[in-house]
Design a protein around this ligand. Sequence first.
Ligand SMILES: Cc1cc2nc3c(=O)[nH]c(=O)nc-3n(C[C@H](O)[C@H](O)[C@H](O)COP(=O)(O)O)c2cc1C
Length: 141
Amino acid sequence: MTNEILPRDGLAFFLYRSMAVPGLGESDLAEIVAVARARNQATGLTGCLHYEDGLFFQWLEGPAPDLWRVVDSIRRDPRHRELTVLEQGPLAGRRFQSWRMRFSDRDHASLMDWFAGKGVSTVDPSVYAGNVASFLVRAAG
Ligand SMILES: Cc1cc2nc3c(=O)[nH]c(=O)nc-3n(C[C@H](O)[C@H](O)[C@H](O)COP(=O)(O)O)c2cc1C
């Protein structure tokens, strides 16, 4: 799943799940999204962040060197932990062209309900990753 050679140039994407640290509140979320949008605007990244039941799911896409730099920052960010890469690699075309960082939460669309409704297996990692990606694209639509 995550053993592929990562692209050094061209368009690439990074999809992960992480756990918010306990006590992370609305204002922290707003701050994360505001900084993400400003930096993504400056670096040409686009994507989507979904927050539900203390979990973050994020799809981030853009030119490879800039993307990996921001991913390094995100990995070091103490506001979340247990970051699990669901999928990453080269990308033919952007999925969130017009979003510096779309934000959604379960008030907007529930990933868990969507999984349950579709009867999606969350056991097979590649099936899980594909379904998280589909959900994020749908939630943005
Ligand atoms: C769940 C989560 C998602 C984030 N998404 C982004 C993002 O899309 N773009 C971004 O620039 N920073 C994002 N950040 C913030 C970065 O971790 C980091 O704080 C910010 O880029 C500033 O980087 P620096 O501390 O290395 O200067 C995110 C943080 C968290 C916790």
